[in-house]
Design a protein around this ligand. Structure first.
Ligand code: GRF
Length: 192
């Protein structure tokens, strides 16, 4: 893929909207000695996102942008380019990026989704999997293209659905796997 590694670590931005547990796991991953990434920026569309606390804790720059506004989009693209961001990881980011944004970072945007794609794109994935009496659900990391949750799949992890599962209990078990899957996906694309 078109990521530039060189001798330096890949400058990465993480986009969040909420709790930020995937952000936290990616920060921890970035701090490992052999990690190929360094996290330069946390971006959010939501100034109240709980995950923004990690900006302070780990001293990572944060930027809050209104993604619905084309002018702001231009600003964020400029910010990312100014910092030579070469990898964008969407982690619980609840906005749909515009075609223009995606074209500016072609092949460099990843997303994590809490289902076994192509099953259950969009929201409420755990409800859907339980309602359909699926035996398994899971999580997927994929490249982002202009269609929702439809880009090329990088890796997936299956999680068994128990009879007693509620969407909440299933989400919790899947989230634990997400925290391992995202770093593994990054390692995988960089070794291609
Ligand atoms: C995760 O389940 C992710 O797959 C989904 O939203 C959730 C975000 O969790 N897109 P967190 O903010 O990383 O804790």
């Amino acid at each position: 893929m078109a990521l530039s590694t060189g001798s330096n670590k890949i400058k990465t931005a993480i986009f969040i909207s909420g709790t930020g547990s995937n952000l936290k796991s990616l920060i921890k991953f970035s701090k490992l000695k052999n990690s190929p990434i360094m996290i330069k920026m946390i971006v959010s569309n939501n100034s109240k996102a709980k995950g923004l606390q990690y900006s302070k804790i780990y001293k990572i720059k944060k930027k809050i942008f209104d993604f619905k506004n084309a002018l702001f989009e231009k600003k964020i693209i400029n910010e990312l380019k100014k910092d030579n961001i070469d990898l964008i990881c969407l982690a619980g980011f609840m906005e749909i990026l515009s075609k223009n944004f995606i074209n500016n970072f072609k092949g460099k945007i990843l997303n994590i989704h809490p289902s076994l794609l192509p099953k259950y794109k969009g929201l409420n994935t755990h409800e859907k999997a339980i309602k359909n009496r699926d035996r398994y659900s899971g999580c997927t990391v994929h490249f982002v293209n202009s269609k929702l949750d439809s880009g090329k799949i990088i890796n997936q992890k299956k999680v068994r659905i128990k009879k007693i599962d509620t969407p909440k209990s299933l989400a919790k078990r899947i989230l634990i796997q997400e925290h391992k899957l995202y770093p593994a996906a990054i390692m995988k694309i960089l070794s291609l």
